[in-house]
Design a protein around this ligand. Sequence first.
Ligand SMILES: [Zn+2]
Length: 299
Amino acid sequence: MRRLTLAAIATVTVIAALVVPPALAEGTVTAADADQPAALTKAPDAAQALAPVRFLLTFDDGPDSGPDGSTPVILRQLANNPIAPGIKAVFFVQTAHRRRGGSPEGQAQMRDTCAAGHLLAVHSGLPEGHVPHTRLTPEKLADSLRSGEADIVAQCGHVAPVVRPPDWAHNDATEAVYHQLGLDMLMADANARDGKIYGWHISLRRRSHMVSELERVGRAMTTHRLEPVDGVVPVIVAFHDTNDFTASHMTDYLQILVDAARENGLPLADPPFYTDTGAAEQAAVARAKAGLYARESWP
Ligand SMILES: [Zn+2]
């Protein structure tokens, strides 16, 4: 009986192995697998030469906690979606603002976020919240970053050694402070344009916008501005988890990113998003240390 059961299991396993499509069995899903002849005829040589891309999602400004909070809505979709279940992202948080990480609810949200396998890093460690680092003295900036890291460690036991400056504002002085504290600045290759300066809900052209963002990524890959980390090119994508439109459309965005990569003939890694916390952190640090992005300026 026992032997029969094992034989049955072995048969099922063999059948399962046989029916796995080649695209899933291999390490990458290419534009050819995705049935995109237009993209292939556009640049076949470039597509063949490029390493597969894997998206590293980042979220700024949160946590946005509570019953109507956007952060938990996003976390649920990163965990459960038809494109790549179990996505792990980097959340650049405001640790001390009373509407963000500076309340018991915000602290609980930070705990929930890292407990779900995501990485937390500092955006702002000030009670005032979203103040550009360039407006602070080096001493005040250093104090606020140390404090922000301590706030994250208190909830998560770990803080990712990267920083995303509020309003993307940085200069030699702020970068010197980051390095002094062992932090590297992580900017982004693609931006969802969901920050305040674009209007909270204006994302009507988000699909065509992402296609052009990833076209820039393709150019940066062919000129070797973006290099592989552990066999894949991490593409840093910036969102805001305080934006409730982003939150309610997160799964759409995941599909848009995959579609936009295919439209540009970019080979996709399998999975196309980071699903391993350690690999996500390694990619974030490597990209931050390299300091080169598809973008050369940020909103
Ligand atoms: Zn911000």
